[in-house]
Structure formats: structure tokens, C-alpha cells
Design a protein around this ligand. Structure first.
Ligand code: NDP
Length: 295
């Protein structure tokens, strides 16, 4: 390092699975001194060859840097890896996927051990890490001060989006987006099943499906959000609930005719029907959100 080269923040990284290895590689490439630890030592060899210092224990790795990034399988593995490790004065950034409740509890746990805590939810798969044009990012929540302090270092692997002081919010955003993704996958699976036994090329069908989902999803979620915010579910509705519920037998009959189970479609249709049954026929579909809330 020359006198003119700004010092790069040293990083300690625990967890060298597919994601941890991808993250670590980008810090090395950007010139950050990197100390790594993994429960199975063999997984550290790749990053060691690229310049990472390999610690023999989690405690040894934690001692090496003030900034500690953890990317392990789940919350239990974070507890196991850091059990008995001195975290005093450390800045702990936990990128392990957890529930919001686990993230909040982990923040309290870390702070009780003298560490500052930031939680992260990774919205990327390993091939997107270190590839800015791929659009991956991490949701962060918890200490804003800590986020700002390490923002530049955290932005090396993928983009950053801070979503609030509540340590659980990163996990909540992560799970909310992924839950919507599974709903979308469910819809796509049903659509492919409908054409599966026909002389329709799924490869030719795919762009029609993808473009339709894209065209519907963006405006629909923005409109739902606006209605949830102002509480008005009926003004300027173009496809009202009564009309949409009237159409559901067509979808169910088509599924039956194609020999396809309606099990992915039916729960949503049942919610639409329940909302209609309380006299909400002039609304759009926003009321379904409220039906999902317990209590
Ligand atoms: P991997 O299964 O590849 O790696 C899991 C890591 O956790 C390994 O380092 C493993 O160590 C370690 N581990 C598991 N149990 C323990 C334990 N009890 N004590 C210590 N270490 C343990 O997972 P990924 O790297 O893919 O994922 C890591 C995190 O990133 C997860 O929370 C995942 O949800 C999240 N993520 C992953 C994405 C992906 O596409 N891969 C996408 C977005 C988020 P060992 O090598 O010894 O088994």
C-alpha cells in the first residue's frame, strides 16, 4: 500500500459457504484486508489462495478486525459459531437469513456482549455478488450510525438499502419480497401445468408469461400500496371484485378440463369470495390484504 492509497477497512468474515465465499472474494479484490473462518476448514482454501488470512478459530477471526460480518446458514449457527467469543467493541453485521424476531433477539444478544449490531437480508444469489449490473443488494436495519460508518465497505459486494432502526426490518423486507416471489412462482407453475400436456412449446410460452407477470405486477403493487395508505379501496377501480369473482369458475373449470389441480389457485379465490361476501364487490383486490391479518 502506498502513502497515497487510502486504507481499506479490515473485515472479518465468518461463514464461507456459497454466499460467504462470494462476498469475501469481492472484499479481497477491492483491497480490504480479510480474515476468514469457517467451521469446515477446507472451505477456506479458495479465499486463502486469493489473499485472505485464515483464522484457526472463530474467536481468533473476531479478534482480527473491528468489523465482523457473519454469513452462516441460520440463526442457530450464528449462536453456535459465536458462543463464548468476546464481542466487546465489535461491529457485528449479520447477513444470515433469519426471521425478524430472531434478528431482534440477536441485536439484543450482541449489544449485551458489547457489540454494535446491524442486520442484513441478502437480495442476491452468489453469481450476482460483485456484479453491480446484476442489481443485487442487501437490506440493512439496526444501528443507522453503524450502517453509515461501514456503508462503503458493505457496498463492495452488492448494493445497500437501509430500511430502519428496528433490527428486524431487514429480515422482514427480505421475507416479504421472497414470499411474493413464491406466490409468483406458484402462479407460473399453475400456468405451465395448464399447457403441459398440450402441443404448446413451453419455451415459446415463457416470454408471454414473463411479460404478462411483469406488466401486471408493477402497477398492481403500487396501486395496492396507495389504497392501503389512504384506505380508499373503491375509487377508480377498473376490474372490481364482483366481476373478478364471477370469473373464477372459468379458471377452475379450465384447470379441471386440463387435468390440473386447483390447489395453488383456490386459496386466493376463496379469499376473494370472502371479501365479496362482506359487501365489497365494488373494491379492487386490496381488501384481501386485510383478510390475511390475524386478530
Ligand atoms: P451454505 O450452505 O453454502 O453455507 C452455510 C455456511 O454455514 C457454511 O459456512 C457452514 O459451515 C456454516 N454453518 C452451518 N451450520 C453451522 C454451525 N452450526 N456452526 C458454524 N457454521 C455453520 O449457505 P450459503 O452460503 O448459500 O448461505 C449463507 C446465508 O446466506 C444463509 O442464511 C442464506 O439464507 C443466505 N443467502 C444465500 C443465498 C444463496 O443463494 N446462496 C441467497 C440469499 C441469502 P460448513 O462449511 O462447516 O458447513
Amino acid at each position: 500500500m502506498t502513502a497515497n492509497t487510502p486504507e481499506k477497512t479490515p473485515v472479518t468474515l465468518l461463514g464461507l459457504g456459497a454466499m460467504g465465499t462470494a462476498l469475501g472474494r469481492t472484499w479481497l479484490a477491492a483491497g480490504h484486508p480479510l480474515t476468514v473462518w469457517n467451521r469446515s476448514p477446507a472451505r477456506a482454501e479458495a479465499l486463502a489462495a486469493e489473499g485472505a488470512k485464515v483464522a484457526g478459530s472463530a474467536a481468533g477471526a473476531v479478534a482480527a478486525s473491528a468489523l465482523l460480518v457473519v454469513c452462516l446458514l441460520d440463526d442457530d449457527s450464528v449462536g453456535a459459531a459465536l458462543d463464548g467469543v468476546d464481542l466487546t467493541g465489535k461491529d457485528l453485521v449479520n447477513l444470515t437469513t433469519t426471521t425478524p424476531a430472531q434478528a431482534r433477539a440477536r441485536a439484543v444478544w450482541a449489544e449485551a456482549r458489547g457489540a454494535r449490531y446491524l442486520d442484513g437480508g441478502i437480495m442476491a444469489v452468489p453469481p450476482m455478488v460483485g456484479v453491480p449490473e446484476a442489481g443485487g443488494y442487501v437490506f440493512y436495519s439496526g444501528s443507522r450510525e453503524l450502517f453509515e460508518l461501514h456503508r462503503a465497505t458493505l457496498a463492495v459486494p452488492v448494493g445497500t438499502r437501509y430500511v430502519g432502526a428496528d433490527a428486524g426490518f431487514a429480515a422482514l423486507h427480505d421475507v416479504a419480497l421472497l414470499s411474493a416471489m413464491y406466490g409468483m412462482f406458484a402462479g407460473a407453475a399453475h400456468a405451465f401445468a395448464l399447457i403441459r400436456r398440450e402441443d404448446i412449446d413451453p419455451v415459446a410460452f415463457a416470454p408471454l408469461l414473463g411479460e404478462w407477470i411483469g406488466a401486471m405486477a408493477g402497477p398492481a403493487v403500487r396501486q395496492t400500496a396507495a389504497r392501503l395508505k389512504d384506505g380508499d379501496y373503491t375509487t377508480d377501480v377498473v376490474s372490481n371484485l364482483a366481476m373478478q369473482v364471477a370469473g373464477t369458475p372459468t379458471f377452475l373449470a379450465t384447470a379441471e378440463g386440463q387435468g390440473v389441480s386447483p390447489e395453488l389457485l383456490r386459496p386466493y379465490f376463496e379469499l376473494m369470495r370472502r371479501r365479496l361476501d362482506v359487501g365489497s364487490g365494488e373494491e379492487d383486490l386490496t381488501g384481501v390484504v386485510d383478510l390475511l391479518l390475524f386478530g
